[in-house]
Write a new protein. Structure first.
Ligand SMILES: N[C@@H](CCC(=O)N[C@@H](CS)C(=O)NCC(=O)O)C(=O)O
Length: 88
């Protein structure tokens, strides 16, 4: 991974919390962008361009690929980023 990882995130989201745990366990640096679910930020056109499901978390890697995870698959996917660090 050469570029930045951006986690579209919300502090009250249990799904996003699971992703933060995995990224931190693996030592993957990321920038958190808050999507305020209570304000409806997930329903905006800008967010739907990233994830048409209108759900967080969503993880962008290297700026050009928007990857939307089901949180249980984050650990599997993150092996591509940190193959030598495993946590499930
Ligand atoms: N299956 C998804 C669930 C994601 C999900 O349900 N996210 C919730 C927050 S925990 C959400 O974005 N809700 C926005 C809404 O319902 O409008 C996962 O595990 O990643």
């Amino acid at each position: 991974m050469s570029g930045e990882a951006i986690l579209h995130d919300y502090w009250r989201s249990s799904a996003a919390y699971r992703v933060r745990i995995v990224l931190n366990l693996k030592g993957v640096a990321y920038r958190s962008v808050q999507v305020d679910l209570r304000a409806g930020d997930q329903a905006t056109g800008a967010f739907h361009a990233l994830n048409p499901q209108g759900l967080i978390p969503a993880l962008e890697i290297d700026g050009h690929v928007a990857v939307v995870f089901r949180t249980p698959s984050v650990s599997k996917r993150s092996r591509l980023v940190k193959p030598t660090v495993t946590c499930g």
